[in-house]
Design a protein around this ligand. Structure first.
Ligand code: ADP
Ligand code: MG
Length: 567
């Protein structure tokens, strides 16, 4: 009697499979990195669960990954003795995509292969990348702690469906057998596989074993006796963050990033630190190159990978960074936390607060370094994440000054819409006698740039920041000053241009005010119901009149937000 069942892939998986095979073809070798990355995750999960239940080791706590091949059968096999999967887990993990942002990802696909391959890369390729090189994949898995007879065999040709049936498996963990497409048989080769492991997976903390290559028998020599194959580790097999900086090159840091972030693209920057003393930790924090699909979803998973004394504890530990730095990826490994920490315990442990403020500083320092040393990279960071950073000044009072220096704005100084002007630049260009930092908030760049409120500033050559992001008015309402200079919305209240105005100008203004007094007296009763005051202004040079808000009035942008919310 057979218990083999055929199940269909979730629609999204079918789409992803199709796309993956067609658009990632030029990166096909990454399948090995993805499978080894999964094997390593599985080993870490087992080690974590075994902290509570050592029996899961079944007497074998020597965690490792093995890569083998068969030239004649054209197969490559990746095997681990990690946590393994039971039937339900296999169906869920290898038949659906559970990631948040999947729908959004799917809706961004264009059908243009080069664009789509970029997108898939950002989304994370994972297990399904096996089908770039294989026309059949068999997975044998047994979850740690279950019976030898409770193993499962999953098999698929990467089209619409897969089969699943019970099987027996002596060792726990997962064995994945790739049946290579004819055109990809080059991967069933020791030299090729070894070099791929070294290139992509050297940083994996568990040994990746391959069979020792037997030396070719020389002529006249007797063929060596057949004996059990000997295996050797092909990678460094030490957790990358425990190694010293001087020992690591950029490629190694980049590959490690891809492993922990499930990102396919390069990170923009990283910061690796070992700290000893009262608070002992090692951190390796990365700045991704692009925003994830779910950056604005408050429920989206975020946070660092947490290790305690080199043992993996949890993914997405979100206690170690503030919300406005939620896009940072990385690892924190601490000796100050206990091995049996849980999310609940983390919330109460005072060491977590200390780590959080230390790591926040690391990130802010990394960003200011980037701003200083690589303007181009910083500009691309700002495009991707600037709006999130703008939540920072309100969320993180202690670091407000540092965060303010990281902000970038469009400005009348540059004449284009790019947000590239920092407050330090602004201050360095302030006119003699200018006391305030002037800004205008509008819905878009053109409206801001053409605001009649700017006329007087243009005439006097005073720079004004042009703020057009949704969050801007709210952010400015949280700010008071920078470098001792207060912020002033040019549409609000009296314009005090400080010492910039000359005595002569003041006199002129007073005179013209007198001349216009009569006009004001006639205008006030006419506009009475609609405005709170009518004043003579020197803000305008070309336009005859403009509306001005009181100092404490809600700005136009904020008012629209409140109206939209039904207030
Ligand atoms: P990701 O690694 O980003 O979660 P993958 O497509 O690579 O996505 O893998 C999907 C899921 O399948 C993993 O999250 C894991 O639960 C499961 N999985 C894959 N390979 C293994 C393995 N070797 N051992 C145990 N579980 C695995
Ligand atoms: Mg994976």
């Amino acid at each position: 009697e057979t218990q083999k069942e055929t199940l269909g892939f979730q629609t999204e998986v079918k789409q992803l499979l199709h796309l993956m095979v067609h658009s990632l073809y030029s990166n096909k070798e990454i399948f090995l990195r993805e499978l080894i990355s999964n094997a390593s995750d599985a080993a870490e999960k087992l080690r974590f669960e075994a902290l509570e239940n050592a029996e899961l080791y079944e007497g074998d706590s020597d965690l490792k990954i093995r890569v083998s091949f068969d030239k004649d059968a054209k197969t490559v096999t990746i095997e681990d003795n990690g946590i393994g999967m039971n039937r339900d887990e296999v169906i869920e993990h290898l038949g659906t995509i559970a990631k948040s942002g999947t729908a959004s990802f799917m809706s961004h696909l264009t059908g243009d292969q080069s664009k789509d391959s970029q997108l898939i890369g950002q989304f994370g390729v994972g297990f399904y990348s096996s089908f770039i090189v294989a026309d059949q994949v068999d997975v044998f898995s047994r979850r740690a702690g279950t019976a030898v007879t409770d193993a499962v065999h999953w098999s698929s040709r990467g089209e619409g469906d897969f089969t699943i049936e019970p099987t027996e498996k002596a060792g726990r963990g997962t064995r994945i057998v790739l049946h290579l497409k004819d055109a990809e048989s080059e991967f069933a080769d020791g030299w090729r596989l070894r070099s791929l492991v070294r290139k992509y997976s050297d940083h994996i903390a568990f040994p990746v074993l391959m069979e020792k290559e037997a030396p070719e028998a020389e002529e006249g020599e007797e063929a060596p006796e057949a004996k059990a194959p000997e295996f050797e580790s092909v990678n460094s097999a030490t957790a990358l963050w425990t190694r010293s900086k001087s020992d690591l090159n950029d490629e190694e840091y980049q590959e490690f990033y891809k492993h922990i972030s499930h990102d396919f693209a390069e990170p923009l920057s990283w910061s690796h630190n070992k700290v000893e003393g009262n608070l002992e930790y090692t951190s390796l924090l990365y700045l991704p190159g692009h925003a994830p699909f779910d950056l604005w979803n408050r429920e989206a998973p975020r946070g660092l990978k947490l290790y305690v004394q080199r043992v993996f504890i949890m993914d997405q530990a979100d206690q170690f960074l503030p919300l406005y730095l939620r896009f940072i990826k990385g690892v924190v490994d601490s000796n100050n936390l206990s091995l049996n920490v849980s999310r609940e315990i983390l919330q109460k442990d005072p060491n977590v607060d200390k780590l959080r403020s230390a790591l926040t500083k690391r990130v802010l320092d990394m960003l200011s370094k980037l701003a200083k040393n690589d303007a181009e990279k910083y500009a691309s960071f700002w495009k991707e994440f600037g709006q999130v950073i703008k939540e920072g000044p309100a969320e993180d009072y202690a670091n407000r000054d540092k965060i303010l220096k990281l902000l970038r704005f469009a400005s009348t100084h540059t004449g284009n819409a790019e947000q590239s002007v920092g407050l330090e630049d602004y201050v360095s260009r302030m006119k003699e006698g200018q006391e305030k930092i002037f800004y205008v908030v509008a819905d878009n760049y053109n409206t801001a740039k053409n605001s009649p409120h700017l006329e007087i500033f243009r005439k006097k050559g005073i720079e004004v920041l042009l703020l057009t992001d949704r969050i801007d008015e709210w952010m400015m309402s949280q700010l008071f000053d920078f470098d001792g200079k207060s912020f002033q919305d040019v549409t609000k209240g009296e314009l005090n241009l400080g010492e910039v105005e000359t005595e002569e100008e003041k006199q002129q203004q007073e005179e013209s005010a007198k001349v216009l007094e009569g006009l004001l007296e006639r205008l006030k009763p006419v506009l009475d119901a609609r405005v709170s005051d009518v004043r003579v202004t020197h803000r305008l040079t070309d336009s005859p009149a403009c509306l001005v808000l009181g100092d404490y009035d809600m700005g136009a942008q904020m008012r629209r937000i409140m109206e939209a919310a039904g207030q």
